[in-house]
Design a protein around this ligand. Structure first.
Ligand code: AMP
Length: 690
């Protein structure tokens, strides 16, 4: 816990005891009918102590708020953003006329336009830049695929049920809410208790169902809606189950991620790529997760768009030819050590982070740098973007290193992109399950003489000894690595038998000398065959878009100063509409000119909207600012028009003929607004505004 917060909590608890004992003293004086001067003096002291206590309370409240925990301002800000988004149809709760379904949302017209801009920039920034191979696989996936990937057995969250109503909750969320609420709203808890809650928040991801259940009981946590008792936590699989075909005999699921579609196509894609590594495949598509109790609006939903890259690389060479393009970038990084020692994220140079081994390898570092460029170009505030390394306990056992791009929003720091070195896990799992070798080859220029490990289980002896379990023992023996095999060989030679753990049986068995032969043989090899490693950047498109909405949202006073106007300061790249065209007054001449400009804007591919309503120009500007439209053309003569830039509200005057091409150049980034300002007559607006 922050030292200032700790000492304030300490001081608050001392002040509270002083107030209490002085209160008792006053009551005692009154009861003993002490003299008035004596009672008055005691009351004065009591009032002074109360004032001191309330000053410390205020200080503590503001420390909590400024350290980022204060939820009140954040909630008010979020409400303003969400109201604007819903009113302007950026999104709509799905099936609203039937009261909607939690965790399902529609994108309305401006929302669709923003999403399409984000995805087309994603394609340009990643797929085009790296020559990635894009695929588009079905959402409905047969069970065998997700069994191999581990999702059928392990894609779970811990759930608790209201014992009376049956309402379900995510167990860790209830514990998290309880601890955060206590830390933010209960100023009376001691410094020790506050430290305990912070500790629970840090380690709760690691809790077993039993540990989580014990904590819920210890804190007396009940169902939030009814205060009824809760069941013990148990795992709930997040995949939507279905069956494929009318017989109901082929079980399937709606995919929880798009990655598996790429892995199962690895062999064909590798051939398509001329059997060369490294290469990357990419997929944009819907993913489905039956979240237990979706909250956090657009951030935790049950169907969402993922954009995923699987970059296949030789595990022995994870360098990246374009690493130098990003190596000088500096941004907020939050390595494991800093998290463990209670420090905060700090600016690091990605080149140095890779050189020092903080980031496992160049390819992972390259993608972290590219993700940083992608998000900041979209309009994410670089001060509210950090790359957080997974703690050892968060990472799957096979992963070499993982970093999340986290964006700060009114909900706190949110994981929006996961960038993981998943080693060879996925390809191996599908090779084993399907029997199709998902491997790559490296041809040697000259044949190499290599010593190879040869393990030959003697099936007859193993069959006699282990009967039905023979297959499991054979597979485990064959899967031994060199070190394990050579240790077994040595033990068998010295002792004649050895204990051997068979993971698929979950127990040790005794292997005797006659059951397996282990040797090393020299062989001439012309090529090396290996399972590639996979580096996976996985983008939650909806989360990125929501954070972008928050980062771009601001309010400013109207000219009369009587109301606050909303503005989405989207960069032109993502703005849903690039330009609005207004005839200043309703007359035929201006409306004709408006049509000409609109036609030209269409021909240069600039999305725009015409507003011919008779409302004041100020109101029309306010309407377009609220949609985040970066430029507005006002037709106020039949020879020239003004172009207004949303954020500065400055205006330039250009001829009617040039209007569309100027807007198109500046909207597509071929020119800056400063260039336009320097080139055309202008006035530092506000004057005509509002
Ligand atoms: P994961 O495979 O769990 O690492 O998720 C990949 C990405 O998907 C995350 O970085 C999130 O951006 C996004 N994501 C995961 N779950 C959800 C959800 N329920 N709603 C929206 N986005 C999600």
């Amino acid at each position: 816990m922050d030292a200032a917060e700790q000492s304030l909590r300490q001081s608050l608890s001392e002040k509270s005891s002083s107030v209490e004992s002085q209160g008792n003293a006053v009551r005692a004086l009154k009861a003993s009918r002490a003299g008035k001067p004596e009672i008055d003096a005691a009351i004065d002291l009591l009032n002074k102590l109360k004032l001191e206590k309330s000053a410390v309370e205020k200080q503590l409240q503001s420390t909590i708020t400024s350290s980022g925990n204060g939820s009140l301002n954040r909630e008010a800000f979020r409400q303003a953003v969400v109201n604007t988004l819903e009113r302007r149809l950026f999104y709509i709760p799905s099936f609203k006329i039937y009261r909607g379904v939690a965790g399902l949302f529609d994108y309305g017209p401006p929302g669709c336009a923003v999403k399409s801009n984000v995805l087309s920039f994603w394609r340009q920034h990643f797929i085009l830049e790296e020559n990635m191979l894009e695929v588009d696989c079905p959402c409905v996936t047969p069970e065998v695929v997700l069994k191999a990937s581990g999702h059928v057995d392990k894609f779970t969250d811990l759930m608790v049920k209201d014992e009376k109503t049956g309402t379900c909750y995510r167990a860790d969320h209830l514990l998290k809410d309880y601890c955060t609420d206590k830390l933010e709203k209960d100023l009376t808890i001691s410094a020790e208790k506050a430290a305990e809650f912070k500790d629970v928040l840090a380690v709760m991801e690691d809790y077993s169902p039993e540990e989580l259940g014990a904590k819920l009981k210890e804190y007396g946590i009940t169902a939030p809606d009814t205060k009824n008792p809760l069941s013990d936590p148990y795992p709930f699989n997040l995949m939507f189950q279905t069956s494929i075909g009318p017989s109901g005999l082929i079980p399937g699921y709606m995919r929880p991620e798009t990655a598996q579609g790429i892995f199962v196509n690895f062999k064909d894609l590798y051939y398509y790529n001329g059997r060369k590594l490294p290469f990357a495949a990419a997929q944009i598509g819907q993913a489905f997760r039956n979240e237990i109790s979706p909250r956090q609006g657009l951030l935790r939903v049950r169907e969402f768009t993922l954009a995923e890259i699987e970059h296949f690389v030789d595990p022995e060479n994870k360098s990246h030819p374009k690493f130098s393009d990003v190596s000088k970038l500096e941004f907020l990084m939050f390595p494991r050590e800093e998290q463990m020692s209670g420090q905060s994220a700090k600016k690091l140079c990605i080149g140095e982070a890779v050189a020092k081994g903080t980031v496992n390898n160049e390819t992972l570092g390259y993608f972290i740098g590219r993700v940083y460029l992608f998000l900041t170009r979209l309009g994410i505030d670089k001060e509210r973007l950090r790359f957080r390394q997974h703690l050892a306990n968060e990472m799957a056992h096979y992963a070499a290193d993982c970093w999340d791009a986290e964006i700060e929003s009114s909900y706190g720091w949110i994981e929006c992109v996961g960038i993981a070195d998943r080693s060879a896990y996925d390809l191996r799992a599908h090779s084993e399950k399907s029997g199709v070798a998902l491997v790559a080859e490296e041809k040697y220029a000259e044949p190499k003489e290599l010593e190879k490990l040869v393990i030959n289980p003697v099936k007859k002896e193993l069959g006699l000894a282990f009967k039905g379990n023979q297959k499991n023992v054979v597979e485990s023996l064959e899967a031994m690595n060199e070190k394990e095999a050579m240790e077994m060989k040595a033990s068998l030679e010295s002792k004649g038998e050895v204990e051997f753990y068979v993971c698929t049986l979950g127990k040790n068995v005794i292997i005797k000398k006659n059951m397996v032969s282990i040797s090393k043989e020299k062989k001439k090899e012309h090529q090396r065959v290996f399972t590639p490693s996979v580096i996976e950047p996985s983008f939650g498109i909806g989360r990125i878009i929501y954070c972008l909405y928050e980062h771009c949202f601001s309010t400013r006073p109207s000219k009369a100063g009587d109301e606050q106007l909303n503005v989405f300061r989207f960069p032109p790249l993502v703005a849903p509409i690039k330009c609005t065209v207004f005839p200043l007054v309703q007359n035929q001449q201006f409306e004709e000119a408006t049509k000409v400009i609109s036609k030209e804007l269409t021909s240069v591919g600039i999305s725009h909207k015409i507003d011919i309503t008779g409302t004041s120009i100020g109101k029309r500007y306010a309407r377009t600012d609220e949609l985040g439209v970066p430029f507005a053309i006002t037709v106020d003569s039949d020879t020239s028009v003004t172009i207004r830039e949303r954020d500065s509200k400055d205006q330039v005057r250009v001829s009617l003929e040039e209007a569309a091409s100027v807007v198109s150049s500046v909207a597509e980034g071929k020119m800056t607004w400063q260039d336009v300002w320097a080139r055309f007559p202008h006035h530092s607006s506000a004057a005509a505004d509002e």
